[in-house]
Design a protein around this ligand. Structure first.
Ligand SMILES: Nc1ncnc2c1ncn2[C@@H]1O[C@H](COP(=O)(O)OP(=O)(O)OP(=O)(O)O)[C@@H](O)[C@H]1O
Length: 308
């Protein structure tokens, strides 16, 4: 089956001259949960806004289920639900009428059964007659999701779904998003929280300064995460890694006073025994050693900060 979203060479230069997106290529499969990670200002919202037709691209194209987001805007947009970052909704309306109204915006005929299902799925049914302003923050977020789902989209964009919410609500939201995927909806979420991507996503994309610098299956990324570092504090500093040790994944740190060995914790062998034997044979002695597991956070920060 063709991907539900295919983006090719998509770029955006704002009127200020700022290149917010630089030739993005990305495809997203049906039923995936895709997390777009990136620091503030990386271009996440710009990318989502282009796909939702809120911002016009400068170059390139994007298709939603085969519909061009510019030439075939209405068809593309009707397949998309967007849950925005900010809680923007009419505080004096009831839950029922605000969600019904959202469906109408897409020209869909009234269908109380669909609205009821959406409200029930989001545990909002017993609040259907409540006015939005009387709801808790968590319930308001659910209403935003209900609004985005009212016209039965196939793709749901969640822009920072759990920004500023407490841990309990965050877990609730994660369960809810997983439940939505079960109904066949493709989910694309942006987040600053690495933990969120780790918990939720099938695939992770990292965006930095307008470039998509990595897209990877989460499980593969976790395998990379399995890497650990062994740091040896040397008795005598080295100027280079001796050629006898070239077979090991080694790097010098702290002006040559530390030798850092990176290894895979998920592999059958760590290679540490061989390294220590080779070190002794090369006459390299150490005073102390530490091991450290690199986190997804560090991998992410490293990826993003290594860029010019
Ligand atoms: N309308 C605009 N005009 C000019 N520059 C803009 C406009 N909208 C966004 N930008 C700039 O484009 C860059 C990308 O912004 P964007 O909102 O897409 O980032 P983001 O990754 O979503 O960030 P955040 O995590 O803070 O929401 C930023 O430098 C931003 O200042």
């Amino acid at each position: 089956m063709p991907p539900i979203i295919s983006i090719s060479k998509l770029s955006k230069t704002y009127a200020t001259g700022h290149h917010a997106l630089k030739a993005i290529d990305l495809t997203i499969d049906r039923g995936e949960i895709f997390a777009l990670l990136g620091p503030n200002g990386a271009g996440k919202t710009t990318l989502i806004s282009i796909l939702c037709g809120i911002v016009t691209p400068s170059e390139g194209e994007a298709l939603v289920d085969g519909h061009d987001i510019v030439r075939d805007y209405r068809a593309a947009r009707s397949l998309i639900g967007l849950v925005p970052q900010e809680l923007t909704t009419d505080h004096f309306e009831s839950v029922w009428s605000t969600v019904t109204f959202s469906r109408g915006l897409f020209g869909k005929p009234k269908n109380p059964a669909v609205v009821e299902k959406v409200l029930r799925d989001l545990s909002l049914w017993d609040k259907k007659d409540a006015t939005i302003r009387t709801l808790s923050g968590g319930m308001k977020r659910r209403v935003l999701i209900a609004k985005a789902l009212a016209h039965e989209p196939r793709v749901l964009f969640l822009d920072e779904p759990t920004a500023g919410v407490d841990v309990e609500l965050r877990r609730d939201m994660w369960a809810l998003v997983r439940g939505l995927r079960e109904t066949g909806v493709t989910i694309i979420l942006t987040t600053h929280y690495i933990e969120e991507a780790e918990e939720m996503a099938d695939r992770i994309g990292v965006i930095s300064k307008g470039e998509l610098i990595l897209t990877e299956n989460k499980t593969d990324l976790m395998t990379k995460l399995g890497r650990k570092q062994l740091t040896l504090n040397l008795q005598e500093p080295l100027t280079a890694v001796p050629p006898q040790l070239a077979g090991h994944d080694l790097a010098l740190a702290k002006d040559g006073s530390e030798l850092v060995y990176t290894y895979d914790t998920q592999g059958d062998r760590t290679g540490i025994t061989g390294l220590l034997t080779d070190l002794a044979a090369a006459g390299i002695h150490f005073r102390d050693l530490q091991t450290k597991q690199s986190s997804l956070e560090e991998i992410f920060v490293g990826l993003v900060s290594d860029r010019p």
